[in-house]
Structures are given as structure tokens and as C-alpha cells.
Design a binder for this molecule. Structure first.
Ligand code: SF4
Ligand SMILES: [Zn+2]
Length: 289
């Protein structure tokens, strides 16, 4: 199927700009930190926020941060792609690693838990918030697309974890003094359209699969949804719309306190990052790196 570039670009921009506008994701004079991995979703978010600033009458600052988890043979390419795109758009980029913060790479601790994605996700969210806070940013923009959001929501059912329901939203409000609110400009954009946009616009992206992704529940849920979608088109969109209409749980119902060790916002102290750091340190003591 041949895709007409201009109309496709207009569709993607309208989809993303509508989400930003309708949900008031960005206010004038704010400083937005974009978490950029080099993958297609974060790269599209970077370009869309840049375009939004150019094409709309709104002034705001954009910075980018790339978290280096320490995945040899994989993450280096993502960092290069993030650098290339940021340079082209003249957006300042900070690269910060797990090793800077915890003295070990993800590769050193990949086998401590059943899924490597668990410590990786906890640490990445922790650093994104901490760095955005220290850079005085008002919001963190992430590249979560519609497919990610559906997967996350189904995963909360699979884990019987209703506390995560309020996260199903294009904006996560500030509910703690040290918490930088999250925004998801690609919230209503299907994953396949993110990929098509990058290809037809010749945008350099890091398109490899993380070697640890097979250990995650997310990859199973994604596979299942893609199989169903193949047989029955619009299934994902219908699931998304059902969620959107059914679950509008107010975030104010969620109370956060401060971690007694690091001061970061958390539902219970110590925070998950400090908790797993202690577990990991106990397990890896004596290992040779
Ligand atoms: S797939 Fe898992 S281990 Fe790999 S970068 Fe993503 S969260 Fe981390
Ligand atoms: Zn902590």
C-alpha cells in the first residue's frame, strides 16, 4: 500500500498536537524534558514537540535526557541515534548511566530478578524523575504510544495491581513536591504509525530489539494483542476506547510520601529503587565485575 507522505505527516501531527492541546499537556514557558532512548517512539516525540513549538504560538523549552542502562552492543547505538537527532534539532541532550548512579551496569545485574525489565524500568523512571527535577523541568515527556498504553493497562489486570489504574492517562499530575509530572504526547497514536512516520521521513532511529525484552510480561502481552489485531482489525483501538471511557480514576486519590533514604516520591518508603538496590548489593557482593 502506497502512503502519501504529506497527508500521512498531517495525520500524525494532528493526532499528536490534538493530544497535547486537548489534554493541556504543555503550558507556555514550561521546560519539558524528553526521555530519549533512540528508539522510534522517543525520536518521534522529540520531533513532534519540536514541530509543535515551531507551528503553534507557544513558547516552551525542550531538553532531552538519554539513560544509559549499560547494555553492551545495544544501548551505544541508541545513544548515537539520540545524539544525531538532538543535534539536528538543536535540542540539548544529557546522557546519564545506571553506572553513574549505582556503580553497576544492567548487564552486571541482568540475572538478579526473573525479568531484567523490572529493575531496568524502576531505575529508568527513578533517574528520569531525579534528573528532570535537578534540571528544574516542569514536565517529562515520554514516548508511550497507544499500544504501550493498552499493554500497560492489561498488565495491571494480569498482576492484580489496581494502584496503577490512574497511570492510564496522557498526563500524570504532580502529586509530590519532588515528582515531575509525566506527559505522553503519543498517547493516541498506534505504534505502527510511529514506525511508518520514521521510515517515510528518513529519520534515523535505533530499531533493534533489546536483548532482555523477551524476559518481560509486556512482550507476551504485545504478541497476543498483535495476533488478535491481525485477525480482527481495530481490536486495539476498541480496547483503548473502552478503557478511556470506563477508567477515569482521579490521581488525587493516590498519596505519595518521600523515601526515607533518597527523598524521591514513593507510595511506600523505602522507594522501589532503594529497595532493589539493597537486594542487588546483597546478591552481587563478592561478584567480580
Ligand atoms: S526491554 Fe527491558 S531491559 Fe531492555 S531497555 Fe526495555 S525495560 Fe530495559
Ligand atoms: Zn529511595
Amino acid at each position: 500500500m502506497k502512503i502519501e507522505k504529506t497527508s500521512f505527516n498531517n495525520y500524525v501531527e494532528k493526532n499528536v498536537f490534538d493530544t497535547i492541546g486537548n489534554y493541556k499537556l504543555i503550558k507556555p514557558k514550561e521546560k519539558i524534558m524528553i526521555g530519549v532512548s533512540g528508539g522510534k517512539d522517543s525520536i518521534l516525540t522529540l520531533h513532534m514537540l519540536h514541530n509543535y513549538r515551531l507551528k503553534n504560538d507557544i513558547e516552551f523549552d525542550i531538553e532531552a535526557v538519554c539513560i544509559d542502562e549499560g547494555i553492551k552492543g545495544y544501548r551505544e547505538k541508541g545513544i548515537e541515534t539520540a545524539k544525531d537527532n538532538c543535534k539536528k534539532l538543536k535540542i540539548p541532550l544529557t546522557v546519564y548511566s545506571f553506572k553513574n548512579e549505582w556503580n553497576y551496569d544492567l548487564d552486571d545485574i541482568y540475572d538478579v530478578y526473573k525479568s531484567t525489565c523490572m529493575p531496568c524500568g524502576v531505575y529508568r523512571r527513578y533517574l528520569l524523575n531525579k534528573i528532570s527535577n535537578s534540571h528544574d523541568c516542569d514536565k517529562i515527556a515520554t514516548g508511550h504510544n497507544m499500544d504501550d498504553e493498552i499493554q500497560s493497562f492489561l498488565m495491571t489486570f494480569a498482576r492484580n495491581d489496581q494502584n496503577k489504574f490512574p497511570k492510564f492517562s496522557p498526563i500524570l499530575e504532580k502529586i509530590h513536591e519532588n515528582m515531575v509530572p509525566r506527559i505522553k504526547p503519543l498517547w493516541k497514536l498506534p505504534e505502527k504509525d510511529v514506525g511508518i512516520w520514521c521510515v517515510i521521513n528518513d529519520i534515523p532511529i535505533h530499531n533493534e530489539e533489546c536483548p532482555y525484552s523477551v524476559t518481560s510480561l509486556r512482550s507476551d502481552v504485545k504478541l497476543m494483542l498483535n495476533k488478535i489485531e491481525e485477525k480482527k482489525k481495530k481490536t486495539k483501538e476498541n480496547i483503548f476506547k473502552s478503557f478511556e471511557k470506563t477508567f477515569q480514576i482521579k490521581q488525587e486519590n493516590v498519596n505519595l510520601s518521600s523515601c526515607e533514604y533518597c527523598g524521591q516520591p514513593t507510595a511506600k518508603s523505602p522507594c522501589k529503587a532503594c529497595e532493589i538496590t539493597e537486594e542487588i548489593n546483597n546478591i552481587i557482593t563478592g561478584r567480580q565485575f
